[in-house]
Design a protein around this ligand. Structure first.
Ligand SMILES: Nc1ncnc2c1ncn2[C@@H]1O[C@H](COP(=O)(O)OP(=O)(O)OP(=O)(O)O)[C@@H](O)[C@H]1O
Ligand SMILES: [Mg+2]
Length: 307
């Protein structure tokens, strides 16, 4: 379990993390979402004890994890992808880590197999591709059989097979009772992997809820209705807390009414309908909706291509 209490981190003028509190429970995968620069990596570094909070505190598995006798058995971390600058082979890199942490050599071979690096374990880790480096990072994080794992964008650089493997591995770890806290920008992946979400923007907590709860917070679902008389239907359905957005020449997106209510009203008024269907908000749409005001680095529409 990870307990984050009123955590803040200031870098000079910049308040990177601003009074954030949440709890990450064991037995499920918890996703950590937020736009670029939201403070995810900073929060994860503070959880890992690699960065000192300006204020607030983090408790991992009920204690200050650095004070633990076997820190590798408490917390496994994979922080933002950076190349392992080592002339050592992947296996020797892990063996050295195992040796200094009282972990057996058998476990090294287990994690090498788990992350699919068997064929390249004897190769120099410094020459690994981004995805192979990520796999090695995951192997390092899992080496001590940690009760809690914190992974910062672990799917970064993985091929589709690797992304699928990561998803299954995270779910397996959670099913075995581990606490799994994972950041990602891959929304469809998070929707399939995580049960709960912690969402931050500009250093502040935006939501701490289930995936379904987050989507519901962002509006949940809308209805698309296609008709030969969009203007009449629009006038008929208008009301407080109801949003009607025209879509093309013959459709409306309705927020605030059910398909049943729309169908009944249209039928009573003799307005023909060609289509009437629920549109579920995707996690990606919910994320955009909920974090829009917290996005610091908006892309501009114009892209200059050097000739
Ligand atoms: N060591 C540092 N010194 C100064 N500012 C920092 C430092 N680390 C992070 N920041 C700033 O803190 C803010 C949060 O950064 P952080 O890396 O935690 O964001 P993030 O949510 O991980 O973003 P991304 O999705 O891009 O990885 C940013 O504005 C960043 O520039
Ligand atoms: Mg980051």
């Amino acid at each position: 379990m990870i307990e984050v209490h009123n955590l803040s981190k200031r870098y000079g003028e910049k308040l990177a993390v601003d009074d954030v509190s949440f709890t990450v429970q064991p037995g499920i995968v918890t996703g950590f979402l937020g736009p670029n620069g939201a403070g995810k990596s900073t929060t994860m570094r503070m959880i890992a004890g690699l960065d000192r909070p300006t204020s607030g505190e983090v408790i991992v598995n009920g204690q200050d994890y650095r004070a633990s006798k076997a820190p590798m058995a408490e917390l496994g971390v994979l922080l933002e992808a950076k190349a392992v600058h080592t002339g050592r082979s992947a296996r020797n890199h892990l063996l050295a880590l195992a040796y200094t942490n009282g972990v057996s050599a058998d476990r090294v071979d287990d994690v090498i197999d788990m992350v699919g690096l068997h064929d390249v374990a004897a190769k120099r880790a410094g020459g690994f591709s981004l995805g192979m480096g990520q796999r090695l990072g995951v192997a390092s994080a899992l080496l001590g059989r940690p009760r809690t794992v914190v992974l910062d964008e672990p799917a970064n650089g993985l091929d589709p097979e690797g992304v699928m493997w990561m998803r299954e591995m995270l779910k397996d770890l959670a099913a075995q009772g581990h606490t799994v806290f994972v950041s990602s920008h891959l929304m469809s992946e998070m929707a399939q992997t995580a049960t709960r979400l912690v969402v931050i923007g500009r250093g502040r907590l935006i939501a701490d809820t289930t995936v379904a709860g987050f989507v519901a917070l962002a509006g949940g679902h809308t209805v698309i209705v296609r008709t030969s008389e969009p203007a009449r239907l629009s006038a008929l359905l208008a009301g407080p807390d109801i949003t009607l957005t025209p879509e093309g020449s013959d459709a409306l997106i309705v927020d605030g009414l059910t398909t049943h209510q729309i169908g009944t009203a249209a039928g009573a008024a003799g307005i023909p309908l060609f289509e009437l269907a629920n549109q579920h908000t995707s996690l990606e749409e919910a994320f955009m909706e909920m974090t829009h005001d917290a996005v610091e680095y908006h892309a501009t529409a114009d892209v200059a291509v050097a000739s």
